[in-house]
Design a protein around this ligand. Sequence first.
Ligand code: UD1
Ligand code: CA
Length: 452
Amino acid sequence: MAPRSSLTIVLAAGEGTRMRSSIPKVLHPVAGQSLLAHVLGAAPNGAGAALAVVVGPGQEAVEQEAKRLRPEAATFVQRERLGTAHAVLAARDAIRRGASDLLVVFGDTPLISAATLKRLREPLNKGADLAVLAFRAADPSGYGRLLVQGNRLISIREQAEATAEERAINLCNAGAMAFDGRTAMAVIEKIRNANSKGEYYLSDAVAIVRDLGLEAIVVEANEDEVRGINNKAQLAEAEQVMQARLRKAALDAGVTMIAPDTVYLAADTKFGDDVTIEPYVVIGPGVSISDGTVIHSFSHIVQSSIGKNASVGPFARMRPGTTLGDGAKIGNFVETKAAILEAGAKVNHLSYVGDAHVGAKANIGAGTITCNYDGFGKHKTEIGAGAFIGTNSSLVAPVKIGNGAYIGSGSVISRDVPDDASALERNEQTIREGGARRIRERKTRGNKPKDA
Ligand code: UD1
Ligand code: CA
């Protein structure tokens, strides 16, 4: 027997209309990744697995997202949005290549797992012609309902066509279907748009398979794996499910969280051993946190890499491109962006460090600002190893502070400071004996003291 091959078609056409958004639906994020990215991550991969993604006209952004994640994917444009079966046929050329199985997955079901899609394809090995993924919905409204007789799947009724009695059915179509590659095209081409919406419903494939005397099978999944996203409320529900999964995975991997429900993770967050995350931390995409590091409360971290035994926050904001070395420290009300802080560097309070390189063990005093933007372009600040930047200093980029240099508090540094030099830019302090008394007298002349 020839080895089985599969074609997965991911349907991703359509605007964000029901999401009330100008962004295409499948580009909305769950745990910092697009819905499409989640689905593509679950689609079969490797030898014998082909992938096609159907996008709407002018949806280059969706196409790019597909190619970014799965460069081998073929993309097809569905010129008009005439329904899910019509969308599948947009990828006709890919179907014609004749895989053993055709798997159709919707781009708006981001919680689906690779294991479930594998399970969905299994009945095909045992002679089924169509396997439909289904679930028991807490609230079935909006989903296609499965009409079954005993164990036999008869057809799927879409919400718009369903009678009141059928609407009470809670066994719903999850959207994912696996077709035997030999009959798939013939079945899908038979689907007509004779319904209230004038759409070609892929769900009608079930009745057609039955009419042809072929076998359609139900494979059940948990609702939390197959929730479809048509609006922002469902997007928020999916986020909750995903966060619960990510928190559990982090705890299982040994991350300490005393209030996991208050910690937001991204699907790609990476942890070393013995990482602690305090309550109310938000971690966006592209973050890795190494062994022994503590992220204190109320910190917000995106696209940053954090070394071992480092300390971040409370109230720190790490923006994209921050690299924190081993044992480095970012304290409260510190913002970083495109900044490399080498091992043991410290920025303990109230600072902005952007477009900067900070050498090992440098100490950046409270209130230090790298003035990286002059209204036209961004410029770089380099701070040498072991340098000491006094509090409330402004470093006007481009500027270099040498290794071991010492900057006096309150300086505005706009010229390079050599290694081991000290620099101070501050007016001389003046003291007038009795000056305070004279000011008070002047200010209160002719007025009665307030509390008299
Ligand atoms: C669909 C199913 C429904 C199922 C539910 C599961 C149909 C007719 N209905 O309903 O039985 O219970 O999903 O979540 O199949 N798409 C296109 N082109 C189109 C239409 C849709 O690419 O012309 C894509 C969308 O981007 C989306 C997916 O197909 O990712 C499903 O379409 P959607 O409009 O969300 O279908 P539902 O009404 O949710
Ligand atoms: Ca949907």
